[in-house]
Write a protein of this length. Structure first.
Length: 323
């Protein structure tokens, strides 16, 4: 009887995991409910009772929603979910993030498909982004940086990028996850935007922007495609407009600095471009190795607010809004 019960549980986990990987928005919710007790037990064993354990569980649910396609063995999804919680709890204790599953035995084999390709293929991602659009910009940006970028996801990096203390980041992430859970429930049966199309479009826009800069047409591109009210921000303070951005970009191009797109995500009101920076051989420390373009979009989809953030600044560099 015990073997039959275990077999039935394994079969149900497998069926729900495969359904979630195929994009059924309710399947993952059922999986999380089935394994909630085990996930909570892991969180409590590491963090003890309190808001930290609740935060880790909320974050684990969102991570599972993002990464369900990584599960190689659908029958072992319970162990995979508990591992996410364990990693998240330990990361919280170390005050480092992000918490992402790294157990090779539970991941899909490595392929040429990167995060952009999975983003384009997953109906669950469309659902998440639709729900994210229901949040206020103050709560949306930290969640996007935390869960959808590759290099601006630690509490400290998000705090610097948003111009707020680390404690505020934690508070906003906690509030954002709670509101996102409600928004996910409210939008489960509605039409979801095409996240894949937006991802492809924003990558094209990023590459065209870099090409325009290298050919000396950056100012013209901004005039044609970006909002005339573009504001360049450092934290929450406006430090300039399009003219400052053009001078900074043109100066870097003249100095031999080039940027190459590494990763990009976008919703209706927010886009993030993560760039690798290639410095000239005679000045290898002209700029930090990476920069993230954090962009708020207006109703027409044009950039009208931009933060430029260096996740790994040079040791002597002050975080300035330049490229």
């Amino acid at each position: 009887m015990i073997r039959e019960t275990a077999g039935a549980a394994l079969a149900e986990d497998t069926a729900l995991t495969l359904a979630a990987q195929a994009g059924e928005v309710t399947a993952l919710g059922l999986l999380l409910e089935r394994h909630r007790a085990g996930m909570r037990a892991v969180a409590l064993s590491i963090l003890g009772p309190g808001p930290d354990a609740d935060d880790v569980l909320q974050e684990a649910a969102l991570t599972a929603l993002r990464r369900i396609g990584d599960v190689r063995d659908p029958g072992a999804v319970g162990a995979w979910l508990r591992m996410i919680v364990r990693n998240g709890a330990r990361s919280l204790l170390r005050a480092t993030v992000p918490a992402r599953p790294v157990d090779e035995g539970l991941q899909l084999p490595a392929t040429e498909a990167g995060p952009e390709q999975w983003l384009e293929q997953s109906a669950l991602r469309d659902w998440v982004w639709e729900a994210l659009e229901e949040l206020t910009p103050v709560l949306r940006l930290p969640l996007v940086l935390r869960h959808f970028t590759t290099g601006v996801s630690s509490y400290e990096q998000i705090a610097h990028a948003c111009g707020v203390p680390v404690g505020t980041v934690r508070s906003r992430l906690s509030q954002g996850r709670a509101k996102l859970a409600a928004a996910l429930a409210a939008t489960a049966d509605t039409a979801h935007g095409d996240t894949g199309r937006r991802a492809r479009e924003t990558r094209t826009q990023a590459r065209e922007t870099l090409a325009a800069a290298e050919s000396g047409h950056f100012a013209r591109l901004l005039t044609e495609r970006w909002s005339p009210e573009i504001a360049l921000l450092r934290g929450n303070d406006r430090v300039g407009g399009g003219d400052l951005l053009v001078r900074a970009m043109d100066g870097d191009i003249e100095a031999g600095v080039r940027q190459r797109l590494a990763h990009a995500v976008a919703g209706r009101t927010l886009a993030v471009w993560e760039m690798d920076i290639v410095n000239p051989s005679d000045d290898p420390e002209h700029c930090p190795p990476t920069v993230a373009w954090l962009m708020t979009l207006d109703e027409a989809g044009r950039v009208h607010r931009l933060r430029l953030f260096h996740p790994r600044p040079l040791p002597t560099m002050e975080l300035l809004p330049v490229l």
